[in-house]
Design a protein around this ligand. Structure first.
Ligand SMILES: Cc1cc2nc3c(=O)[nH]c(=O)nc-3n(C[C@H](O)[C@H](O)[C@H](O)COP(=O)(O)OP(=O)(O)OC[C@H]3O[C@@H](n4cnc5c(N)ncnc54)[C@H](O)[C@@H]3O)c2cc1C
Ligand SMILES: NC(=O)c1ccc[n+]([C@@H]2O[C@H](COP(=O)([O-])OP(=O)(O)OC[C@H]3O[C@@H](n4cnc5c(N)ncnc54)[C@H](O)[C@@H]3O)[C@@H](O)[C@H]2O)c1
Length: 476
């Protein structure tokens, strides 16, 4: 193989797997290298799948305690976390079957297990073997970034890589970080029965999201009993004589101690690149340690592409999948396709869910766009009342009659957001959203009504009333 394999992919998570399956089915000579003993990556084993399954169990527990609200008598015995985690593991296993290496081999992909390291820009080494490639894709994902909290290593802590293996529900759980991982796990453990305290150094939970909506979500979590401390920076960890874990945190000029039985660290991610020897390949990192890529996802070595969490800037499974499609277009079809992140949705799967696409009002104004904001609350939609799910609202960010962004806090926001994502990406005029027939009584009426709310003042203005009066006087 003097010229080398047409495509060598490093990392068998979603970015690598999607690239491999499409490129393999298109007939390219593809090698896929994964260092773990199984395919699937973080999303399947330590991320989306276990976290959403745990949230579902926690949601069922919550519902069971809420029977009275629906005219029912229900009761819930204390939760056995071991059984819940067995269920989580079963779901992961079922989905793992989709990522069976044989499936990829059937697509013509040569799947290898072992850690990859670049020897030079054209070769990697895996399990003692040199592999030559004409093009490469780096899709090695990310790992938990530990915060600068002295003593954490000695107190011990959980991360997303260990929490789903827990068997005993901690009586008191301290969550460090109020990003998506921290917020989802805080609600899950609270609903399962732990006392949960969450520390976030920033002013708001979920700083990427609309601050008003993330503030309302914080209120819902607080009502359920999650103790949330924003503007609170964890700085030091230790143990008391009795073994209790203690985290010291800075709140303004004060230092406050938080006690817990377990600590969950959810303070962000860093790219998985240490093992790759990227300098040997001529692949550069940015200031945050992410692989630097251009709009075609080429690294500083033009024949080496990268996608997924190791590149940022949207560390989500669906973005890794989208980027994989861009790489295939560039590599297999030789099309100069570029990424366009204007309509990337994301969802935090709390209850209610918080979903977003496009620009927030703040971002739009930073870009000097003259925007209007339309809003509508779920409690004013009949379906939210029939379901007893009244928290939350929709916000639409409108520029020159078209949607440039939208946020939804509410039941099934993670499904509803896709109507907005399509409207943002297809530049659909807002009046079309307002005019489209939405089934009754669906939650999606909240979108139609939010869009309509911008037109209502014009429709019911004195001018319209005069026009209607005139028409009805002069016409038969
Ligand atoms: C708790 C949690 C919940 C999440 N929930 C969601 C969610 O609901 N929705 C969502 O969109 N996203 C979610 N995410 C993010 C999502 O998991 C990631 O965006 C996604 O997994 C990124 O895919 P990837 O292919 O870039 O990397 P990964 O899935 O991490 O795959 C990278 C693979 O590369 C392998 N690898 C690394 N280095 C080497 C090497 N040198 N040689 C060979 N192999 C190597 C790794 O073993 C791994 O299998 C969540 C993340 C976490 C932590
Ligand atoms: N539903 C989803 O799509 C979903 C769910 C989970 C994770 N993810 C992905 O995984 C990524 C990582 O999530 P994450 O929540 O770990 O990271 P994150 O970077 O989104 O949030 C980490 C938070 O921790 C805070 N923090 C950092 N150090 C701190 C300290 N010492 N004390 C107090 N607070 C501190 C930061 O201010 C930040 O808000 C997300 O960006 C997201 O893309 C997605």
């Amino acid at each position: 193989m003097a010229r080398g394999h047409e495509l060598v992919i490093i990392g068998g998570g979603v970015g690598g797997l999607v690239t491999a399956s499409v490129a393999g089915q298109l007939g390219l000579d593809v090698v896929l290298v994964e260092r773990a003993p199984r395919l699937g990556g973080d999303c399947l084993h330590y991320g989306c799948v276990p976290s959403k399954t745990l949230l579902r169990s926690a949601g069922v527990a919550h519902q069971a305690r809420q029977g009275q609200r629906y005219g029912l008598r229900t009761a819930l015995e204390p939760v056995d976390l071991g059984r819940v985690m067995d269920h989580v593991a079963e779901v992961v296993q079922r989905i793992q079957n989709h990522d069976d290496p044989q499936r990829f081999r059937d697509y013509g992909v040569d799947v290898r297990f072992g850690e990859a390291r670049f020897l030079d820009p054209r070769h990697i080494e895996v399990a003692g073997e040199r592999i030559r490639g004409r093009r490469f894709v780096i899709a090695t994902g990310s790992e938990p970034a530990l915060p600068d909290v002295a003593g954490l290593a000695t107190t011990g802590y959980l991360t997303n890589e260990s929490v789903f293996a827990e068997r005993r529900l901690p009586r008191r759980l301290l969550v460090l970080g109020g990003g998506p991982v921290g917020v989802e796990m805080a609600q899950a453990f609270r609903r399962l029965g732990s006392e949960v305290t969450l520390l976030e150094q920033g002013e708001h939970l979920l700083p990427r999201d609309d601050a008003e909506l993330s503030g309302e979500l914080a209120d819902v979590l607080a009502r359920e009993g999650v103790r949330i401390h924003t503007d609170t920076l964890a700085v030091e960890a230790g143990r008391t004589d009795t073994g209790t874990r203690v985290v010291q945190a800075r709140i303004g000029n004060e230092t406050v101690a938080f006690e817990a039985d377990e600590i969950l660290v959810a303070t962000g991610r860093r790219a998985n690149v240490a093992a790759l020897d990227l300098p040997a390949a001529g692949v550069a990192l940015d200031a945050e340690g992410l692989i630097r890529v251009d709009a075609r996802l080429r690294t500083s070595a033009r024949h080496i592409f990268a996608c997924g969490d190791c590149t940022g800037p949207f560390p989500f499974t669906h973005v890794a999948e989208y980027q994989a499609g861009i790489i295939v277009a560039n590599v297999a079809f030789r099309l100069p396709r570029r990424v366009d992140y204007r309509a990337v949705p994301w969802v935090t799967y709390t209850d209610p869910e918080l979903a977003h696409v496009g620009l927030t009002a703040v971002e739009a104004r930073q870009r000097r766009l003259d925007v209007e904001v339309a809003r509508f609350r779920f409690r004013d939609v009949d379906r939210a009342l029939t379901d007893g799910r009244e928290d939350g609202l929709v916000k639409l960010i409108v520029h020159r009659g078209r949607l440039v962004g939208g946020s939804i806090l509410g039941p099934q926001a993670g499904e509803l957001i896709h109507e907005l994502a399509l409207a943002v990406s297809a530049r659909v005029p807002l009046r079309r959203l307002a005019a489209a027939v939405h089934a009754y009584p669906s939650l999606s009426q909240v979108i139609k009504r939010a869009a309509g709310s911008l037109y209502a003042p014009r429709l019911f203005s004195a001018r319209s009333r005069r026009l209607v009066g005139l028409l009805n006087r002069v016409l038969p």
